[in-house]
Design a protein around this ligand. Structure first.
Ligand code: ACM
Length: 383
């Protein structure tokens, strides 16, 4: 008789703590995909049953809860993690027990675990396009502000490398704040920015503190017309938190923006809103969290098993019609072919897309070919 038991999967996204706003949206993307799959017959008739724990934004708890999912709940597949420090905390556990993690977040690259499918952007799919765009339009003197952990350190290293390729390129400063930094904690930095007058700011601030930085920036009289903040981590969720007026004119790079004007994205958003309402600011982390569950379900329909060794051959090379466009898991490095885009925050708290790739760009997590010119070959300038 066919197996009709539910397929239990683990979910590790925080609903409390410093990273909760963005991870709640990733949780919603995950639950949305699970609902869609279950409503259309599950995986060969088997429902997906999510087991979600709240790791409270703490890397140590991600590690503990990943092991609990594996050992106590007998889970083979986990969806989760925003911050790189939490992914790094989980890796030894999933590698030790040979389980699979789907990671739906942009990150700093320079990693390739056989136990992970990476569905967020690698640096050649967001840092390189952003550097190219900012230097072409504003100049090459950059002031870096980031949260104090691995993703900002590494992402700033990459941005420095890109900026210094340009004549006149200069890292004006590199400053870090605590993950729970308040508006007052940015006062000195903002005063220094005013004094140094860089061409643009590169923000690797993440999570709920992002709104504090942008507010402190606006309150000091600095504005996006003269000195925009460029970021990979300030997306629609963060704009909603800071208010559209505060974010307006600042620039982000991501493979997905809510404002993508395509039938696939419009249909997906409308279906999501019908089920979950309009409270969640859909963003690139949400979209990757959504489509990676479909990648998993499609792979398991073929393998009939959620054991990593049986799933993986059906995941590597798999293509999927995602809201951003047709994506593909690169079989050589477990990352995903995605569509780099540049957006400028507008008065509605959305991004006006000003550049987008005409075809999916292969992930290059080790930046083997990271000359600035590579990306523009795939570019379509929208305005
Ligand atoms: C990140 O920590 N990967 C944003």
């Amino acid at each position: 008789m066919a197996n009709s038991d539910p397929v239990r999967v683990g979910i590790l996204f925080s609903t409390t703590g410093v990273i909760s706003t963005i991870e709640k949206s990733q949780l919603m993307g995950t639950l949305f995909a699970i609902e869609e799959i279950n409503e259309s017959g599950g995986i060969n008739g088997r429902e997906i049953e999510p087991i979600h724990y709240d790791p409270q934004s703490s890397p140590g708890l991600y590690r503990v809860l990943a092991e609990r999912l594996i050992l106590k709940d007998k889970i083979n597949v986990i969806f989760g993690c925003y911050k790189s420090s939490t992914r790094k905390a989980v890796i030894p556990i999933i590698e030790k027990w040979n389980r699979l993690l789907f990671y739906p977040t942009l990150y700093e690259g320079f990693e390739c675990s056989s136990n992970i499918i990476y569905t967020g952007a690698a640096p050649n799919q967001n840092s390189v396009p952003l550097a190219e765009f900012m230097m072409a339009n504003y100049g090459a003197r950059v002031y870096m502000v980031g949260s104090d952990y691995i993703y900002p350190y590494e992402s700033n290293r990459i941005m420095t490398d890109l900026v210094l390729q340009r004549p006149g390129g200069e890292k004006v400063a590199e400053r870090y704040v605590a993950l729970d930094a308040s508006e007052a904690d940015y006062k000195d930095i903002v005063a220094d920015i005013k004094n140094c007058q860089p061409d643009f700011i590169f923000s690797t601030v993440v999570g709920n503190s992002t709104s504090c930085f942008y507010r402190a920036y606006a309150e000091a009289g600095l504005n996006s017309r003269e000195m925009p903040i460029a970021s990979l981590t300030t997306l629609e969720a963060e704009l909603a938190q800071m208010g559209a007026d505060v974010g307006q004119g600042h620039i982000s790079s991501a493979p997905y923006f809510q404002s993508i004007d395509s039938p696939a994205n419009t249909a997906c958003l409308s279906s999501f809103r019908k089920r979950f309402g309009s409270d969640f600011a859909v963003n690139a982390g949400w979209e990757a969290a959504y489509f990676q569950v479909h990648l998993f379900a499609n792979a398991m329909r073929l393998s009939e098993s959620d054991a990593i060794d049986q799933l993986m051959p059906n995941l590597l090379g798999q293509e999927y019609e995602a809201p951003q466009g047709r994506i593909k898991v690169d079989p050589s490095n477990h990352h995903t072919c995605l569509y780099p885009r540049i957006g400028i925050a507008n008065s509605e708290g959305q991004f006006t897309i000003v550049r987008q790739a005409m075809r999916a760009v292969h992930p290059d997590p080790y930046l083997v070919t990271h000359s600035l010119g590579d990306w523009t070959k795939a570019l379509n300038t929208v305005i």
